[in-house]
Design a protein around this ligand. Structure first.
Ligand code: GLC
Length: 527
């Protein structure tokens, strides 16, 4: 049964501790009505694919009514579904059908900001300065002719926009995403109710967008919004709600370099898990990866919280492209757009990275298309770029569309079975070899590797611990609770495998029984 507990885990410790969670970027997953944008009908028609893949849960990016100024992270109504995606009734059916297949559903909640089309923001604009309605956001008079302070938006440009009556409002992201004022009890109540709304509809968890930036100190001249202590009170309240439902989890999008500060979010009465961006950002180098794994495990162990292992998502360049570049680490501030990439090398490393991530203790995330080995699409015509980063950066940062291109399902040419219409972002012709249809017939494909690994993982991996095996500086090797041994060769020459009984799975062919460079293997121990 999906979500059941792997060996090494105490059965009642929670399904999420070892879960494999598949991220569905709904806009680009599968289009059921031919308008070029993915939707709930498309997703429901492909649920069996996800069950066959062997995932325990899906996390959907925001599916709410939205003007799509930031791909749905500009939410106009937190209790409904964007009509382009479908209806609330369809969302309820999806949750039920997924449950029938043993798949849990996690929704994205965006508490830092709404859409400028949200009823509260429209009310605030109409009500004018000094009104209660404005208190739900951050409205301030300017200083001289300029904004209240010099804070910059994360997407580029000033973090303040002026409204016709002269006041300015704060938006850490695009101007269409006004920030909520979390000092206001009405905002706090509203989100507790939003959580209940979705838990009442059967969702099993919530991914919390931009989780660390809710609390601000506007009096500070320096930008002062990341990781204020006050944010923890909010999540304690949220945790009480999720606990009252039982088995429902809170997952934080917490980008913080300081692991001690990061760990605060995982205290027993706060979030259940948070994304491991340290691991995602790590270079494909043995010392960097080992350090990230050690730091992660030490941090989580001390809190008895499960680690998460993340290689990609809808905000970062695809691993195949990243790992094929001369610089393999990830940095949000320097996206390395257009840096040449050896995709063959990148794909070999991405296969090895997948076996590494899936062997480590905790839960693992798979971003749609990762299981197909898709590369970042770097040649989207400028006039089709949708990401607000492009405009906000004055056309210097192309942004995140390259990892959001619709999935190739079948056939030899775009739209590759994704839609009967024109996909909202163009798919590369080269993806003909990467369709689900092509890969499921090929035992050497990325898809088949993911399927095999997720199946084995469910039985033998997940939550628990590791013991490192000393196989030299360039090799990562460890034993898991079940006895499974994972070995990854990050050096340039083949290495001998440790003593083992059999090879369960390998990310690439062995060379006379030795493990080649950029290859990972799962072994059973000597009996
Ligand atoms: C998060 C999301 C990203 C979005 C931003 C603003 O980082 O993952 O896609 O643009 O928050 O909501």
């Amino acid at each position: 049964m999906p979500g059941s507990t792997p060996p090494g885990t105490t059965p009642d410790r929670g399904w999420w501790r070892g879960a494999a969670i598949y991220q569905v970027y709904l806009r680009s997953f599968a289009d059921g009505n031919g308008d070029g944008t993915g939707d709930l009908a498309g997703l429901r028609s492909r649920l069996q694919y996800l069950a066959d893949l062997g995932v325990d849960a899906i996390w959907l990016n925001p599916w709410y009514p939205s003007p799509m100024a930031d791909g749905g992270y500009d939410v106009a109504d937190y209790r409904s579904i964007e009509p382009v995606f479908g209806t609330l009734a369809e969302a309820e059916k999806l949750i039920e059908e997924a449950h029938d297949l043993g798949i849990r559903t996690i929704v994205d909640v965006v508490p830092n900001h709404a859409s400028d089309q949200h009823a509260w923001f429209r009310e605030a604009l109409a009500a004018g300065p000094g009104s209660e309605a404005r208190e739900r956001f951050w409205f301030r008079p300017g200083v001289g002719d300029g904004p209240p302070n010099g804070w910059q938006s994360i997407f580029g440009g000033p973090a303040w926009t002026q409204v016709p009556d002269g006041e300015w409002y704060l938006h850490l992201f695009a101007p269409e995403q006004p920030d909520f004022n979390w000092n206001n009890p009405a905002v706090r109540e509203e989100f507790l109710d939003v959580l209940r709304f979705w838990f009442d509809r059967g969702v099993d968890g919530v991914r919390i967008d931009s989780a660390a930036v809710l609390v601000k100190d506007l009096d500070s001249v320096e930008e002062s919004y990341t990781d204020h202590d006050g944010v923890h009170d909010i999540y304690r309240e949220w945790r009480r709600v999720s606990d009252s439902y039982g088995g429902r989890i809170l997952i934080g999008e917490v980008w913080l370099p300081d692991q001690d500060r990061f760990a605060n979010y995982l205290r027993a009465d706060e979030l259940h898990t948070a994304f491991n961006f340290d691991f995602l950002s790590s270079a494909w180098e043995p010392a960097a990866l080992r350090a990230s794994i050690d730091l992660t495990l030490a941090t989580h162990l001390s809190l008895d919280a499960p680690a998460t292992w993340v290689l990609s998502n809808h905000d970062v360049a695809r691993p195949v492209t990243r790992y094929g570049r001369a610089v393999t680490s990830w940095d949000n501030a320097d996206r390395r757009d257009g840096m040449p990439s050896d995709l063959e090398l990148g794909r070999r490393r991405a296969r090895a990275a997948a076996l590494l991530a899936m062997a480590l203790p905790g839960s693992v995330y798979v971003y749609q298309g990762e299981e197909l080995g898709l590369n970042e699409v770097e040649d989207i015509p400028e006039e089709l770029i949708d990401d607000p980063m492009w405009e906000r950066s004055g056309h210097t940062v192309r942004g995140r569309d390259g990892c959001r291109v619709p999935l190739p399902w079948s056939g030899d040419e775009p739209p590759f079975g994704y839609s009967t219409g024109t996909p909202w972002l163009p798919q590369p012709a080269s993806w003909r070899d990467l369709t689900v249809e092509a890969q499921q017939e090929d035992p050497e494909s990325m898809l088949r590797l993911y399927r095999s690994a997720l199946r084995l993982r469910r039985r033998l991996l997940g939550d628990g611990t590791i013991a490192w095996l000393p196989l030299g500086d360039e090799v990562l090797a460890f034993v898991r609770d079940s006895g499974l041994i994972c070995v990854v060769n990050l050096g340039s020459a083949p290495v001998d495998l440790p003593a083992h009984d059999s090879v369960l799975l390998a990310s690439g062919p062995l060379a006379d029984g030795r493990l080649p460079s950029d290859t990972a293997v799962w072994l059973t121990p000597l009996s």
